[in-house]
Design a protein around this ligand. Structure first.
Ligand SMILES: NC(=O)c1ccc[n+]([C@@H]2O[C@H](COP(=O)([O-])OP(=O)(O)OC[C@H]3O[C@@H](n4cnc5c(N)ncnc54)[C@H](O)[C@@H]3O)[C@@H](O)[C@H]2O)c1
Length: 276
């Protein structure tokens, strides 16, 4: 396939580009650092000519220093330009990066209604970045309904790079409170290599229509306590819906990725307990 990759110079984009090329696809990179602005519809249209699929990552992230108007402009109008370009050029598959933040229960926005978290969890984002990701998913849902162009919305948690595991362990060793202070993100993380693999599979899996898929490593990021011990210690008030699977694997992730595994045929390869 010939694939338009937006945000191709980013921390995730570089891995996505490399995995696409390894799999034999050709990549058209698109990034503002190379002069291509997602806010310019003509530039998006020109870059997408001849492409069979799009992986859309260009975005402004959850940096409190960013102007919320810019976050909305880049994240929502940028996605709109991707969707309208796909329709105009009859590109039938879009993989777009949403975030766990679409649910409004990460970055300290609110406490989950239940553990483990899955796609049935209600969404209540309030901050600009989180809201832009949720509204982007809704835009995709309605776009797919009208056009039948598939939109695969990926919801990664914190994406960790190969050198990130040691950095986290060093920080926790220096200050153990950092594991849950100021915010405990439910031990959720995913290796950038697994995230890139999920996005490539999103291009080629059987037509899923519109889907929103939580991505996460199979185990929790922890200094030692099991998943249930962490929940009991930090959020004892939250309803527990887990079953015997947490007896079989006490460090099992608190984000359920069975939907992504089924739709994409995806299996994360990197675990926290492999990194010590
Ligand atoms: N890193 C994470 O932990 C994480 C978690 C969940 C979701 N995501 C999502 O994954 C995607 C990629 O994130 P990342 O970690 O690689 O971020 P990043 O900031 O490293 O990469 C984003 C890329 O988008 C480009 N970009 C920004 N504005 C642009 C514009 N106007 N036009 C064209 N390109 C523009 C940037 O130059 C950058 O290269 C984003 O959509 C992000 O919201 C990331």
């Amino acid at each position: 396939m010939r694939v338009l990759v937006t945000g191709s110079q980013g921390r995730i984009g570089r891995y996505v580009q490399a995995q696409l090329e390894e799999a034999g696809h050709s990549v058209v990179g698109f990034d503002v650092t190379a002069g291509d602005d997602i806010r310019n519809p003509a530039a998006v249209r020109a870059a997408a000519q001849g492409c069979d699929g799009i992986i859309h990552m260009a975005a402004m992230l959850a940096d409190p220093k960013d102007d919320p108007n810019d976050v909305m402009h880049v994240n929502l109008q940028g996605l709109w330009h991707i969707l309208t370009t796909a329709e105009a050029l009859d590109i039938r598959r879009i993989v777009t990066f949403s975030s766990v933040n679409a649910m409004g229960i990460f970055i300290g926005e609110s406490v989950p209604d239940f553990f483990p978290i899955d796609e049935s969890h209600p969404c209540r984002p309030g901050r600009p970045y989180a809201l832009s990701k949720y509204l982007g998913e809704e835009m995709c849902r309605l776009f797919t309904r009208r056009t039948a162009i598939a939109t695969v919305c990926l919801r990664p948690p914190w994406v960790i790079h190969p050198d990130g595991y040691a950095t986290v362990r060093q920080r926790w060793a220096a200050n153990p409170e950092m594991e849950w202070t100021p915010i405990w993100e439910y031990g959720a993380f995913c290796d950038v290599r697994d995230i890139a693999a999920a996005s490539v599979l999103g291009l080629t899996c059987p037509d899923p229509g519109h889907v929103r898929l939580l991505l996460c490593a199979d185990d929790v990021m922890t200094s030692g306590p099991t998943s249930r011990e962490l929940v009991a210690q930090i959020h004892p008030e939250v309803e527990w819906r887990g079953g015997v699977e947490y007896e079989r694997d006490p460090f099992r992730a608190l984000v359920d990725t069975s939907h992504a595994k089924a739709v994409l045929g995806w299996q994360p390869r990197y675990r926290w307990d492999m990194s010590s």
